[in-house]
Design a protein around this ligand. Structure first.
Ligand SMILES: [Zn+2]
Length: 439
């Protein structure tokens, strides 16, 4: 079955055969995008090629793979408990060969290059894209040049130097993209930036893997925005093949060193992305550097997933805006990458204070609930006395009140007024609270 696969222009609508190797429109110059797939048949693999019938690059015969994709979707029971959420699932892209979702796109773009007789790939990177494309280019025996800001973290720079054929240091990411597109337009070369449709093609496999989980019912999928390509690709698949799934993009608002990988100032696909998110009923949420660091600590403390902060922006949004996701039956947060390896970053995550705080939130609330269940209706002061004397908890009365307020807003306890002269707010456990303890 050889169906013609197309790339289309989002501005003027012109379509091009995938085998032409075009990355921008010949009529209006706009970047091209892969057309939505007609079929959802999963095939033989390996890696993203399980979806070859649904991919534009599936027409190519020689295929490159390092067994990327098919990453686990992990049920996060402890996060559910902390958030009082129904079902939280983590799509863990850190399991990919180079530790990020980008490997999905590297497999498809390098495959396209191999079949189109491209001699050299030129990529602009903040770190991860260059590492991934250079890795797959090695596999295919194609040369790869990486343009990377001189300020990229050393751990990423050394990986890039070890893998790429040539590395050029530039001032900033914008300059890198500009140069990559210029060098890459030469005969025999291809630029690989977030605007390359052969790269975006592979990114769509992440959403294809989610379909079985989210096809029915009201689910929210949180995807980091970064340069916009992954979030756009996710919207295209989920808006076509599901009902009632909202895709929410998460942007890191900081441009501080730790978030350089994700805090892209002007995402390359921003205009298209806003429309794509809106078509699913979704929108963009912002998180700060502190939110992201907290999320990395919480993920390590609660679920044992030690991920670098740049990979957890979706989890940060989940923690920060959890109140807004309490209604859907499922929330999927995409962990884009990668295992935390940088000693400087690890020292921040490992800072013991953060970990202990995270664990205490879960533990203290659970103990309060247990006391309320056994002794209630009960006043926060009496609860505090029990917790400090019986469990030896070192906690202020003030934070006990705070915990009660949070438990109240989570619907796990309710207020009853005491009778008698002095009216006091007492708390008793709700049915939901009882369920929570039993879990
Ligand atoms: Zn056009």
């Amino acid at each position: 079955m050889s169906m013609k696969k197309l790339l289309t222009c989002p501005k003027c609508g012109t379509s091009y055969d995938v085998r032409l190797g075009r990355i921008s429109c010949g009529k209006c110059g706009s970047p091209l995008l892969p057309k939505p797939p007609d079929t959802l048949r999963a095939g033989g693999g390996p890696g993203v090629w399980v979806w070859s019938d649904s991919l534009a690059t599936g027409v190519f015969e020689k295929r490159v793979s390092l067994y990327e994709g098919m990453t686990p979707l992990i049920r996060a029971h402890n996060l559910e408990r902390i958030l009082g959420a129904k079902e939280v699932l983590l799509k863990d892209e850190s399991r990919n060969p180079t530790g990020t979702f980008i490997d999905r796109g590297a497999a498809t773009v390098v495959t396209a290059a191999l079949n189109l007789n491209v001699m050299r790939l030129v990529t602009a990177s903040l770190g991860d894209l260059g590492i991934s494309v250079a890795t797959y280019a090695r596999r295919a025996g194609i040369r790869c040049k990486v343009l990377i800001p001189a300020t990229a973290p050393p751990v990423k720079t050394y990986q890039t130097l070890a893998l790429a054929d040539s590395v050029e240091f530039v001032e900033d990411y914008e300059r890198a993209v500009h140069k990559a597109e210029r060098y890459g337009s030469k005969a025999g070369s291809m630029p690989v930036t977030a605007r390359n449709p052969y790269l975006i093609d592979g990114y769509r496999t992440l959403a294809l893997e989610l379909l079985n989980e989210v096809r029915e019912g009201d689910a929210v999928v949180l995807v980091p925005v970064g340069d916009g390509a992954l979030a756009w690709a996710t919207c295209q698949i989920l808006s076509k093949f599901t009902h009632g799934v909202r895709v929410i993009g998460v942007r890191a608002s900081s441009t501080s060193p730790l978030l350089k990988d994700v805090a892209v100032r002007k995402p390359l696909l921003m205009d298209l992305l806003r429309d794509a998110l809106a078509s699913t009923g979704g929108f963009i949420l912002e998180v700060s550097e502190n939110d992201v660091i907290d999320a990395a600590k919480t993920l390590a403390g609660a679920e044992g997933l030690l991920i670098e902060p740049t990979g957890v922006t979706a989890v940060a949004a989940l923690l920060k805006y959890s109140g807004e996701f309490s209604s859907p039956s499922k929330v999927v947060a995409v962990i884009t990458g990668g295992p935390a390896r940088d000693p400087a970053v690890l020292s921040i995550i490992a800072e013991s204070k953060g970990l202990r705080e995270v664990q205490r939130v879960g533990f203290t609330k659970m103990k309060i609930l247990e006391v309320v269940a056994m002794q209630g209706p009960i006043h926060p002061y009496a609860t505090w006395k029990i917790l400090t004397s019986r469990y030896g908890l070192k906690i202020s009365l003030r934070s006990i009140y705070q915990h009660f307020n949070e438990l109240l807003s989570m619907g796990l306890v309710e207020v009853v007024e005491s009778s008698g002269e002095r009216r006091r707010r007492l708390f008793k456990i709700t049915e939901k609270g009882v369920e929570y303890i039993r879990r």
